[in-house]
Design a binder for this molecule. Structure first.
Ligand code: HEC
Ligand code: HEC
Length: 211
């Protein structure tokens, strides 16, 4: 039984590895760069390394994940979206599906800069939560899905390493408030419903230091 389980896990890893390797190639990187250098650069920087803490770093994110986020922001026929943002909704309104794939492929090729914590006194606690969760409150270890170094497990689990702590905290909040509900099987919504404000802050600080 143990042997079979290991084999299945190995096959699953092989497939996700393939999806990751191939995704950047599916978009036109040159066309993507044109889009990124336009209006997007004002907040995310040309290479996706946003210098402003409230705007996420997009450099090095897996292309399929970025394209999914852009699609999730899009408001169609005035319907409620799975990820609502007053800032990003008008940004994606003018993008076609191809544009989204291209700009996502471009960002995936960029190298993310190292992140910095804004409150180092929370790092120890954040690390404990990230690596081991909190058994008492049934909070799973973040590392089980986002990997120990925060690089994620493509294509399903995004990389979160080195992200601005303020942005990560805002996303945990968004999952809690339901303004963001685009996570597979509600995994993130379930987890944040069990976390305290303090825990969300601490883990966001620790994630900023990961690489
Ligand atoms: C005025 C500032 C601004 C501009 C211009 C802008 N963005 Fe954003 N972007 C944001 C903010 C704020 C968020 C976080 C939204 C939220 O709260 O979920 C965001 C989120 C994103 C995300 C989700 C990242 C993640 O980790 O989930 C992507 C992808 C993205 N933007 C791409 C773009 C692209 C492509 C453009 C240009 C077409 C663009 N943005 C233009 C401010 C901006
Ligand atoms: C069971 C798997 C799982 C676990 C455990 C998990 N996550 Fe996630 N997380 C996800 C999935 C899936 C998404 C992507 C949602 C989507 O497709 O938009 C995500 C997205 C995120 C994002 C948004 C990234 C971005 O840039 O848009 C953050 C931040 C995050 N997780 C933080 C955490 C933290 C902190 C923990 C631990 C307390 C954690 N996650 C534990 C599955 C998980």
């Amino acid at each position: 039984m143990k042997f079979i389980g290991t084999t299945v896990a190995a096959i699953a890893l092989t497939f996700s590895g393939l999806a990751f390797a191939e995704s950047p190639a599916t978009g036109d990187i040159e066309k993507g760069k044109e889009i990124a250098s336009g209006v997007c650069a004002g907040c995310h920087n040309v290479d996706g390394n946003s210098a402003i803490p409230i705007y996420p770093i997009l450099a090095g994110q897996e292309a399929g994940y970025t394209a999914k986020q852009l699609n999730d922001f899009k408001v169609v026929d005035g319907e409620e979206t799975k990820r609502s943002s007053e800032i990003m909704a008008p940004m994606v309104a003018m993008l076609s599906a191809d544009d989204m794939t291209n700009v996502a492929a471009y960002y995936a090729q960029q190298t993310p800069k190292a992140g910095v914590a804004s409150d180092e006194s929370l790092l120890e606690e954040g690390k404990r939560l990230y690596q081991g969760g909190n058994l008492e409150d049934d909070i799973p270890a973040c590392s089980s899905c986002h990997s120990p170094n925060g690089q994620g497990i493509p294509p399903h689990y995004p990389r979160i390493d080195g992200q601005h702590p303020g942005y990560t905290f805002s996303q945990l909040h968004a999952f809690r408030q339901g303004t963001r509900k685009n996570d597979t099987n509600d995994a993130m919504q379930m987890i944040v419903s069990r976390m305290s404000e303090h825990e969300m802050k601490a883990v966001s600080e620790y994630i900023a230091t990961l690489r």
